[in-house]
Design a protein around this ligand. Structure first.
Ligand SMILES: [Zn+2]
Length: 244
């Protein structure tokens, strides 16, 4: 595989885009895409589909973790292309993010002030996305027919309705932006792009309790033997949040 397509487990590929990852699952009855990258990542996603042995028409589900432009950029185009090829490509989004996605807007404002806020407003067009027509919303605890059962977990904090996905049989967690691994530095969502840091911490604790083996995130490399590493960063983060 190329450097942009990284095997995670058999049938599961991390697609490393320009700034964000998405994940392709080649399941028993077709393909599932978790998050949909930036518009510029479309070619890489199509390469991953080609490399999977399936075709675009076999894309049966597109699952979205949250309403940020870097996670939904290719959703509409891929869905349209898969449907034109005769596929289903159902777009399923977290219930708490659905209204924002339908409106083509992020679900929270960045917590920035002064010149930084001005700079971010200028950069916002880079992350802009068009309103998305969703086929279904995802509820906490719902078990999706993917990988012998893929559980939807509400993990608010990064955004109000952010959700993660957990495949229990593989002990494989898709955490969206609830965790991040920029430069190989694992962390909990925090800072100006985080809607509510206490909620983010609470969600990180919830994900930690699953004790996953493999942690897949929107940003940065996959982490293996993930539970101890997650526990360490959650404990350190908790101290920072609670002591202000
Ligand atoms: Zn992101």
């Amino acid at each position: 595989m190329s450097a942009t397509l990284v095997p995670v487990l058999p049938g599961i590929t991390q697609i490393r885009g320009g700034i964000v990852n998405c994940y392709l699952i080649a399941d028993a009855d077709g393909l599932v895409l978790i998050d949909a990258g930036m518009p510029a990542d479309e070619r890489r996603i199509l390469q991953a589909i080609d490399a999977s042995g399936w075709a675009l028409r076999d894309l049966r589900l597109i699952l979205i973790t949250h309403a940020d432009g870097d996670h939904v950029g290719c959703a509409a185009r891929l869905q349209a292309a898969a449907r034109a090829a005769g596929g289903a490509a159902r777009l399923c989004v977290p219930a708490g993010e659905a209204a924002s996605l339908a409106a083509g807007k992020p679900s929270r404002e960045l917590r920035a002030h002064g010149m930084l806020k001005v700079a971010l407003q200028l950069a916002a067009s880079f992350f802009a996305f068009k309103p998305l027509a969703c086929d279904a919303t995802l509820a906490d605890g719902e078990l999706l027919p993917v990988l012998d059962g893929l559980q939807v977990l509400n993990t608010p904090g990064h955004t109000p309705g952010h959700c993660s996905f957990y495949a229990g049989a593989q002990r494989l967690l898709f955490a969206g932006d609830a965790f991040k691994n920029f430069g190989g530095r694992l962390g909990v969502s925090d800072g100006m792009n985080t809607w509510d840091e206490r909620a983010a911490l609470h969600s990180a604790v919830r994900l930690c309790a699953l004790a996953p083996d493999v942690l897949c995130m929107g940003h940065g490399p996959v982490v293996r033997d993930a539970a101890p590493a997650m526990q360490r960063v959650v404990t350190a983060h908790k101290l920072r949040v609670e002591t202000g």
